[in-house]
Design a protein around this ligand. Structure first.
Ligand code: NAD
Length: 256
């Protein structure tokens, strides 16, 4: 069977461990024949990510903390020097202080608000600027969002506002990068048990609700998100940009 990403180079940011959505996406990209480059956030993750990179057969592992412009500049330089142009970039990164996810939204601290915006939203702009020069033949930039961007989801608070900004960034970036044939989209994933999800109070109640009420009556699997990320990175997705694609068992269409 032909592979959808045969010979394409893909950069995947946001793999921290085996439960990361980025891990499942990197695995699917390898299955489809992509050369995968991974990044890790800092020294604390280095060993784990290098081990997972070896297991996945990733071609390179680079350090990149998205709050550090020097890291992004270095990443940009390395990618431009690679022989093959980059064809796909997955931005699977978010962070907010735990206390800002549990106290009332009204009590969100200024610092906590800015931090969530910087890491979970602005970083897409910074990453897009860093990678675009290496995408000489065009390609696909994909980020991960959640329904809390447009609906009030209990305990999602400051992260919902960051996701709203992230989805707006997708549209503006799609508009500006389109002439270079670079597409920019978000996948809005249903709840999946990962390290980040553990930071959300009563996360298991959210999972139960999806299983009970979503049209497909089951929780979202990381593999379903990864296969959509394959589609968006492949030529099959060539006409899709500026979009938010829901991979959530259909939960978002339901009203009361
Ligand atoms: N798990 C879910 O239910 C769910 C649902 C919808 C969307 N998402 C989104 O999917 C993405 C991936 O999250 P996940 O659930 O796989 O959790 P995860 O904790 O495995 O991944 C989050 C990643 O963000 C990285 N990160 C945080 N700060 C960073 C920084 N300063 N520089 C570089 N990297 C940084 C972490 O190192 C980690 O790899 C996030 O954007 C998240 O909001 C998750």
């Amino acid at each position: 069977m032909s592979q959808l990403l045969q010979g394409k180079s893909a950069l995947v940011l946001g793999l921290a461990n085996r439960w990361s959505i980025a891990y499942t996406i990197a695995k699917a990209y390898r299955r489809e024949g992509a050369n995968v480059i991974l990044t890790y956030q800092g020294e604390r993750q280095k060993v784990t990510v290098e081990e997972l990179a070896e297991e996945l057969g990733a071609s390179r592992v680079l350090s990149c903390d998205v709050t550090q412009q020097a890291d992004l500049d270095r990443l940009s330089e390395i990618l431009r020097a690679e022989g093959e142009p980059l064809r796909a970039v997955v931005h699977s990164i978010a962070f907010a202080n735990k206390e800002d996810l549990s106290r009332p939204f009204l009590e969100t601290s200024r610092d906590g608000y800015l931090l969530a915006q910087e890491i979970s939203s602005y970083s897409l702009v910074a990453v897009a600027r860093a990678v675009a020069p290496a995408m000489a033949q065009g390609g696909s930039i994909i980020t991960l969002s959640y329904l809390g961007a447009t609906r009030v989801m209990t305990n999602y608070n400051v992260m919902g506002v960051a996701k709203a900004a992230l989805e707006a960034c997708v549209r503006y970036l799609a508009s500006e990068l389109g002439p270079q044939n670079i597409r920019v989209n978000a996948i809005s994933a249903g709840p999946i048990k990962t390290a980040s999800a553990r930071g959300i109070k009563d996360f298991s109640k959210i999972l139960d609700r999806v299983t009970e009420t979503a049209p497909l009556r089951r929780p979202t699997e990381a593999g379903e998100v990864a296969d959509t990320a394959v589609f968006l990175a492949s030529d099959l997705g060539r006409g899709v940009t500026g979009n938010v694609l829901f991979v959530d068992s259909g939960y978002q269409v339901m009203g009361f």
